[in-house]
Write a protein that binds this ligand. Structure first.
Ligand code: ATP
Length: 516
């Protein structure tokens, strides 16, 4: 019997980062030069896992919806794009430095983390009370317990002040909130803060050889604008009728102020975005539709539903009339995984204005033209990778030894199966090679004949391979093999001719898509 090893979240996160590197999932970028801050490379198994997550998203979006098509726009775009989208003027984060540690922070994140700590305090009070009272009524307790009410009032007050300060772009007030909450720098432990300043997150570079203002272009900070500027191209050439969506995956770049959480917050990352164009006035229905659809997509992976929750935005972005996040329970707490935004006609209208070209849709049912409204779903591929990887990581005690296993959903696992001849003789390697030749069409399949079977199993467990197939003496007699399942470690014997269809059923992305 396997027993889970329980770990503190900080220890767990450290182990996850180390495991990702040691087993070929994620390395610091250009590591031989000591790495580049908040930039990472994906290794042999990381690249496979990332590809599988991307395929699951792409196929769910563009194959399962008749009215969604995919595109692949360039990273570089005409510089006016970013004037029109508002990014040149408003894609800022408020930054603050601690004068003692010289560390830089996002002022909004400091306040959000302070609020999260207060919420944890409430949770602790609830847990304590749960133990004390029989027939515990949580709602009643929250509404009547003076200590809990006091903390709740405090949270409410801070949230209100913070919201107003953000809306008025009042940087002085944001600093004052930090001072009033007595927030200290986690490194120096002091409250010796600089003023709050705005910092634009876009990376600029030069196009061509002349370095002047006119040639300055940006690395895209989101993939969405490549969809907006192509709205009419796609609508006409793919003959789409409203409502319809355009999906895209690709790199985005942000000069993040604070980037200390592994691949959670990177300066170069990948987004998977879908812009859904609708008739004005119907956007709230579609907003609800996409909230449900996206949550369902996440839940189909089979991780605990307790890992997900919705959170409405405190402050709406300059383009939105409704917005929420799907948050995921990472080892360091609930954080944004995906954003769902009702972006109104902000982007298309502004591109009309700046380009002087009409970006309207002629609606044959209404017999008129209009600028469509947009509901967007936007998820970070790297963040999803971290969500899946971190929740898959487990250490178990099996027969007095620690077994490290990655319980990645089989349909996303980087390696679908491993084939082992029990020994390197008696024709077993030849049978195993032949089986590998057949199974390779399922995806990445490993052939291995070194070390004991136990060791080989452990190596596959550590990279999340869901099935190991062993060719043994019995195979020579009756053409059956053992198929060992990663999570239960149970072995099943089956005829060698059945293995391909058995694995296809369990490990294909189609199994996930069928649940949607
Ligand atoms: P945050 O508040 O965490 O900075 P955001 O609200 O700016 O994120 P969006 O602009 O809504 O993020 O981007 C959509 C998605 O892209 C996010 O939900 C996240 O999954 C991903 N993402 C954004 N910034 C990064 C980053 N620096 N590194 C990795 N993924 C990111």
């Amino acid at each position: 019997m396997a027993q889970n090893v329980v770990m503190q979240s900080e220890e767990l996160f450290k182990k996850i980062v180390a495991h990702a590197k040691e087993y070929g999932f994620v390395y610091p970028s250009s590591e031989i030069y000591d790495g580049l801050s908040a930039v990472y490379d994906y290794g042999a198994y990381g690249a496979e896992l990332k590809n599988n997550i991307r395929s699951y998203w792409w196929q769910a979006m563009t194959y399962l919806h008749q009215n969604i098509v995919g595109i692949d726009a360039a990273i570089f775009m005409h510089p006016t794009t970013w004037k029109a989208s508002g990014h040149v003027d408003a894609f800022n984060d408020p930054l603050i430095d601690n004068k003692d540690s010289k560390k830089r922070y996002r002022a909004d994140v400091l306040i959000e983390e302070y609020i999260a700590k207060l919420q944890e305090k409430i949770q602790k009070e609830i847990e304590k009370a749960k133990k004390r009272f029989e027939n515990f009524d949580e709602e009643f307790f929250k509404n009547t317990n003076p200590r809990v009410k006091e903390i709740q009032d405090k949270i409410h007050q801070i949230e209100q002040r913070f919201k107003t300060a953000l809306e008025n772009n009042d940087l002085q007030e944001i600093k004052q909130i930090i001072l009033d909450c007595e927030i200290v720098c986690p490194i120096s432990g002091t409250r010796n803060w600089t003023d709050v300043r705005q910092f634009n997150l876009m990376f600029a570079t030069q196009l061509g050889s002349v370095s002047d203002e006119a040639n300055t272009i940006y690395l895209r900070p989101e993939t969405a604008q490549g969809i907006f500027v192509n709205f009419l191209n796609v609508q006409k050439t793919a003959r789409m009728k409203i409502p319809f969506g355009i999906a895209q995956t690709g790199k985005a770049f942000r000069n993040e102020i604070v980037a200390r959480q592994f691949i959670f917050r990177m300066r170069e990352f990948e987004q998977m975005e879908m812009q859904f164009f609708v008739k004005p006035g119907t956007e709230m229905e579609w907003y609800e539709y996409w909230k449900n659809d996206r949550l369902k997509w996440h839940l189909a992976l089979g991780l605990s539903p307790d890992f997900y929750r919705f959170k409405d935005h405190t402050k709406l972005a300059h383009y939105a009339n409704a917005a929420c996040d799907i948050e995921f329970k990472f080892p360091f707490g609930f954080k944004e995984l995906e954003g769902i935004h009702s972006r109104t006609d902000f982007d298309l209208s502004n591109h009309e204005k700046y380009s002087g070209k009409k970006l309207q849709y002629f609606d044959p049912e209404e017999n008129k033209s209009y600028v469509p409204y947009v509901v967007e779903t936007s998820v970070g591929l790297d963040r999803l990778f971290l969500a899946i990887f971190s929740s898959a990581y487990k250490e178990e005690m099996v027969e007095n030894e620690t077994r490290t296993v990655l319980s990645i959903p089989p349909a996303l696992a980087p390696v679908k199966a491993a084939v082992f001849p029990l020994v390197k003789k008696d024709g077993m390697p030849e049978i195993a090679q032949k089986l590998w030749d057949e199974l390779k069409f399922l995806g990445k399949v490993i052939y291995e004949d070194k070390d004991t079977i136990g060791r080989r199993y452990r190596r596959q467990d550590a990279i999340g391979t869901p099935y190991c197939i062993t060719i043994d003496n019995e195979t020579l007699q009756n053409e059956t093999v053992t198929v060992r399942e990663r999570d239960t470690m149970q072995q099943e014997r089956m005829h060698i001719s059945k293995v391909y269809s058995y694995l296809e059923e369990k490990t294909s992305i189609k199994t996930l898509l069928r649940k949607l």
